[in-house]
Design a protein around this ligand. Structure first.
Ligand code: FO1
Length: 327
């Protein structure tokens, strides 16, 4: 079975670990979000690609869900001693090596897709990991920063890099707009459209629908290829009981005018794209609403408490795909 998965960071990576356990013989291609990528200290950092690579390759810091296990921060401390930041983004020594190799290869002229393949030679994630594009796309978030010296609402309006919004500001101010800068001009990376065309099933894991899956779909050609693939497209809700399972998805959903509920996210993707949607059992009451929108829906446990739980979710997603295929 050939499976294509559109993945963000932690949620996508943990779901993939379950999917691999559920169907060990499947041929899995992961299209990774690169809108979170950031240039720091002259290096290209790809948080979502690395989170998938480290998680599936056994090198992830399990508690955090990002970065390396057994990490130290000497380099960051030395940089800080020179007054060189940003201090708010935690890059560890082991992780730095990945960014150095990546940046060196990019500088030598290799595209990001080839660099990712080379990095995966070491980590052997057991899936084919392809960035959504080789072109530069950076998600920016429009915010109004509170101005402590004046009346509320009169602060400075500016666009910040997604990582600054997520990590430095901890999504503490409303996201007024989310813009994947460069996406309109980007082309799908080599292999992306081919994998979609050859897939037996396409899965949207419980990743952020705006800044992860949404950014991948913003690359011209990818949404259309998925909608026209003629195979079941199944998503898993990242919202359980009207709150994100992890992260701050509600903040960026508000920016695109979508309420933070499992059915609203399904409707946001729409029946033109999505054939099936899994919601958590606590949201069983919304199954009818999702089906009324033309999307087959089932309520199953969606908390990825461990790899077995993620594997059960993956099996449910594939079972729903078979139901869709049978109609
Ligand atoms: N997330 C944090 O909350 N704080 C950090 O300092 C941080 C550093 C970091 C370094 C490398 C990396 O691959 C990921 C990192 N993340 C960090 C996670 C990341 O910011 C986001 O969770 C993802 O981009 C969202 O998918």
């Amino acid at each position: 079975m050939r499976i294509v998965v559109l993945a963000g960071g932690i949620g996508g990576a943990r779901f993939l670990r379950g999917l691999k356990r559920a169907v060990p013989d499947a041929d899995i291609t992961v299209i990774g979000n690169t809108g979170d990528d950031i240039h720091l200290f002259g290096l290209k950092v790809c948080p979502d690609l690395d989170t998938v690579m480290y998680t599936l390759g056994g090198g992830i810091n399990e508690e955090q869900g990002w970065g390396r296990t057994d990490e130290t921060f000497h380099l960051k401390e030395e940089l800080a001693a020179y007054g060189v930041g940003p201090e708010w983004f935690g890059l560890g020594d082991r992780d730095f090596a990945t960014h150095i190799v990546r940046t060196q290869m990019l500088g030598a002229g290799f595209p990001l897709s080839a660099v990712t393949e080379a990095l995966c030679d070491r980590w052997e994630p057991g899936v084919r990991l392809i960035p959504m594009t080789d072109d530069r796309v950076e998600t920016h978030v429009a915010v109004t920063l509170p101005d402590s010296g004046s009346a509320a609402g009169s602060g400075e309006r500016k666009a910040v890099h997604f990582q600054e919004y997520w990590v430095r500001l901890r999504a503490s101010v409303p996201a007024e707009a989310v813009v994947p800068v460069g996406a309109e001009q980007a082309k799908p990376a080599p292999g992306v459209l081919e994998a979609i065309a050859e897939a037996d099933v396409i899965l949207f894991p419980p990743s952020n629908p705006v800044v992860s899956v949404g950014t991948i779909l913003a690359v011209p050609g990818i949404r259309e290829a998925i909608a026209n693939a003629g195979v079941p497209v199944i998503g898993l809700s990242p919202i359980v009981g009207d709150a994100p399972v992890r992260g701050m998805a509600d903040k960026v959903l508000a920016a695109v005018g979508v309420e933070s509920t499992a059915p609203a996210v399904a409707e946001h993707y729409g029946s033109g794209l999505l054939d099936g949607w899994l919601v958590d059992t606590v949201d069983a009451g919304c199954v009818e609403r999702v089906e009324a929108a033309g999307i087959r829906c089932r309520a199953v446990p969606l908390m990825m408490t461990d790899v077995d739980a993620a594997a059960r979710m993956a099996r449910e997603a594939l079972a729903l795909a078979e139901e869709v295929r049978a109609v």
